[in-house]
Design a binder for this molecule. Sequence first.
Ligand SMILES: *Cc1c(COP(=O)(O)O)cnc(C)c1O
Length: 430
Amino acid sequence: MRTQDTDKLIEIDKAHIWHPFTQMSLWNSPDHEPLILVAGKGAWLEDSLGGKYLDGNSSIWTNIHGHNHPVINQAVRDQLERIAHTSFLGFTNPAAIRLAEKLVAKVGESPLTKVFFSDNGSTAMEVAIKMAIQYFSQNGRPEKVRFITFENAYHGDTLGASSLGGISIFHDRFKSHHFPVIRIQSVEGLAEVDPAQIAGLVIEPMIQGAAGMRVWPLGMLSALRRWCDANDVFLIFDEVMTAFGRTGEFFAFQHENVFPDFLAIAKGLTGGYLPLAATLTTDRVFEGFIGTYEELRTFFYGHSYTGNSLGCAAALANFRIFETEQTLELLQPKIEYLGRRLELIRQLPNVREIRRCGFIAGIEIQRRDGGRFKWQDQTGAKICLVARRHGLLTRPIGDVVVLMLPLCVTLEEIDLAVGAIEGAIASLAE
Ligand SMILES: *Cc1c(COP(=O)(O)O)cnc(C)c1O
């Protein structure tokens, strides 16, 4: 694309578009030149002026096998030749049926046998919340309406999902409209909780994402499972970020072999191609909604694009690639290499802490004297801008630089990514 065309598009963008999680005065300021991403191949993205960048956060944690993957491309094309979308209310379609079968098979020998489709991580969580409340309301425990969540949790931006969230700059503004939750810091916090009114306990297993990549201790999921079983509380795993191999296992819960009562997945489900989500649950929950129509035990919930065929076709191809390319097996040495490579920058005076779970990493920066940067200075964002000049695109969470590469990257690309962050950190003046 020519420079003039790029300038024109940016002008129109700035005139009409309101971007997510973005202070638009900064976006629209004359010296901000947003990248227009026009193409991608593997772990690489290309902008409208021909610049090439490694996709350092997997396009906001969604991409799995790389961009423009021939297998997913073909699967979407094949589906498109037949039909793009039909209603899932009153009808069904082959791609969604096959995908549900695949999902249930993939969680393995588990009680999770039922699949409810929706569109994104937030709606996958809304489904879990509403199913849990309705289950207890129509199965003899109507007082069970509350949820336990963790400090700094992130479960999405719709009102229900954000009620569960614990990140104050995202969520505090809406406090008065949120349903009340019981927020704990660790498993020990459960000792104080009266379980009588609790419907569910919600956690991002193994690692909290938007909190700044905070890793939970091993053994935690088993402890939560025991408490939930003892108190008739549903255990809800938000694997919107962690599923599809990111932590080194296909699902994060496999690190402890603990099954939840609800499993929410989204971001990586279609390999990062299309918006699609699923909430898996158990026969017990499903049976709790069965009755005659007049009993009104139906789950009255759904979205226009539920069970979208293009998305399901992409998701099926995503699963196939895990098998044909042995993605998880090939990922193990990459995880090990990433760990060793990050170890080399851990001692830098500007590095406060490096946190990692499998292929998900957060590099927290600090001032050389060990103090924190003022949050208003947006040092994390500045570092990411410099990293861009070194060929890496990513987005920080405060002063935590996120590194979450597509699983298809090579060791050389891991080296380039960490090198770019290293170079950016070296540019810090204090
Ligand atoms: C991104 C995310 C969500 C929300 O998903 P959306 O698709 O953005 O609605 C929920 N939970 C976790 C853990 C996430 O990382």
